[in-house]
Design a protein around this ligand. Structure first.
Ligand code: FAD
Ligand code: UQ1
Length: 421
């Protein structure tokens, strides 16, 4: 049998980041990574690809260049987990045994769950697009450019999603583009979300509502896209607060955020997931609830925070500290506070930098109010974060901006003790 000390399942953001941290502490070829795709994408760039700021090629690198040297890459998928006997069966029928395993298989986009959607996405004249796939993201900007009048509709599904801000970022970019190119008065911009709120952290939600009001973007909450009628160019929504009721919305442009589900393969391991289907880990230590030699991070974990690469950066440090403690026979003591961040692009030169924790309390890095739209934060997203991702995070040395937060708030810790006796 094939055996390794550490098996990493998934070579996306979480898997590559953990590999980069772990490589210095293992012998050559003691770490295996299972990843079927030959290309690694920096998905956070797709908002700006859809908006026409970057090309798709800017968001990708060959997988072989992001998996650290010394790590053994099997270009195969995990097909079945056997956590009781410490092995994984691969798509090519191999059995790989491990001492420790990190699961980072991400969340699956399910365009197939909306009748009419795949057909519409494949049809170049349909006006239907989505930033949520390398296959369709370039169609978004084509659709924005071709738009001349009518309804521009943007959706958010009823399932968990990655980057819960992205469905509205592209709405703001489109509205901005229409304004700049003299088509705004012929456009009705409409946002439809299945959720009861526009954004989970209230501080930012309040500002987003103001932006929508100011820019005449119609916000419809508790509306879930159910079907697309490609011939009549209509989107059909379930009105969630009135069971059985639907509304049909005609569109010239429709940007869809598809439903997403945890990878089905996680279900093959007994007790591997909780009822939601995501890997069942302790929300503070990231160690599996039943199997102490398994850890998980990122979109395929059941960590109850918003699924982002920024969250993975913070999680990667906690996971690695705790995995390292395990290897050393020590107790797991690092604790994750749910830190996540969502760079809410609101136009081609402004952005609200949301940062918050498990309690949905803002946890801002910079010494100014990040709920305000700022050009500096847009430039950070456009020019700095991609560099930090490829050269910091994927090299194992970017743990999110926690260190900067401390630097910018030198008195924060002192103030905590500033209470009267
Ligand atoms: P992924 O990076 O998706 O990686 C999962 C990997 O697992 C994939 O490579 C996949 O091929 C592999 N895999 C799947 N199944 C198997 C299997 N059975 N066996 C082996 N391997 C498998 N985050 C931000 O922080 N800021 C942003 O601005 C932002 N914007 C976004 C905009 C869009 C349009 C999208 C789509 C995402 C955005 N994100 C953003 C979210 C961010 O990309 C994800 O949260 C992050 O990539 C999660 O990392 P992960 O490792 O959990 O999953
Ligand atoms: C972040 O750390 C990160 O990882 C590289 C991202 O990934 C794309 C992000 O989008 C964001 C917003 C952060 C958080 C960083 C700062 C400076 C707030």
């Amino acid at each position: 049998h094939d055996h390794c000390h550490l098996l990493i399942v998934g070579g996306g953001t979480g898997g590559c980041t953990i590999a980069a941290k772990a490589i210095h502490h293992f012998e050559n070829n003691d770490i295996y990574i299972l990843e079927p795709q030959g290309t690694h994408y920096y998905q956070p760039l797709w908002t700006l690809v859809g908006g026409g700021v970057y090309s798709l090629a800017d968001s990708r690198r060959p997988m072989s260049t992001v998996i650290p040297e010394g790590v053994t890459w099997y270009q195969e998928a995990a097909e079945a987990f056997n956590p009781k006997e410490n092995f994984v069966k691969t798509s090519k029928g191999k059995k790989i045994y491990y001492d420790y395993m990190v699961i980072a298989t991400g969340i699956e986009t399910r365009f197939d769950l909306i009748p009419g959607l795949v057909q519409a996405l494949e049809d170049p004249t349909s006006g239907v697009c989505s930033n949520y796939s390398s296959q369709y993201v370039t169609k978004t900007f084509e659709t924005i450019r071709k738009f001349d009048s009518g309804n521009a509709v943007f959706t958010f599904p009823s399932t968990p999603v990655k980057c819960a801000g992205a469905p509205q970022k592209i709405c703001y970019l489109s509205e901005s583009y229409f304004s700049k190119h003299g088509k705004r008065d012929k456009a009705n911009v409409k946002y439809f979300a299945a959720t009861p709120v526009i954004f989970s952290c209230k501080k930012y939600a309040d500002e987003l509502h103001k932006i929508c009001a100011r820019r005449n973007i119609e916000v419809n909450l508790r509306h879930n896209l159910k079907e697309i009628l490609p011939n009549s160019k209509e989107a059909v929504f379930d009105v969630l607060d009135k069971p059985g009721e639907v509304v049909k919305v005609p569109f010239s442009m429709l940007h869809v955020t598809p439903p997403m589900t945890p990878p089905a393969v996680l279900k093959t391991g007994p007790l591997l997931t909780d009822d939601s289907g995501f890997v069942n880990v302790d929300k503070e230590t990231l160690q599996h609830k039943h199997y102490k030699n398994i850890f998980a991070l990122g979109d395929s974990s059941n960590l109850p925070t918003s699924k982002t690469a920024a969250a993975v950066a913070a999680q990667s440090k906690i996971l690695w500290n705790n995995l390292y403690a395990c290897l050393d026979g020590k107790p797991v003591e690092s604790s994750y506070n749910g830190y996540t961040s969502c760079p809410l692009v609101t136009s081609y030169d402004s952005l609200i930098m949301a940062e918050f924790d498990y309690k949905l309390q803002p946890m801002e890095t910079f010494p100014f109010n990040q709920a305000k739209e700022r050009k500096s934060m847009y430039l950070l997203k456009k020019n700095v974060l991609p560099f930090m991702y490829w050269n910091g995070m994927l090299k194992g040395i970017w743990n999110g901006p926690g260190a900067f937060r401390k630097l910018f708030h030198p008195f924060a810790d002192l103030m905590k003790n500033d209470t009267a006796k």
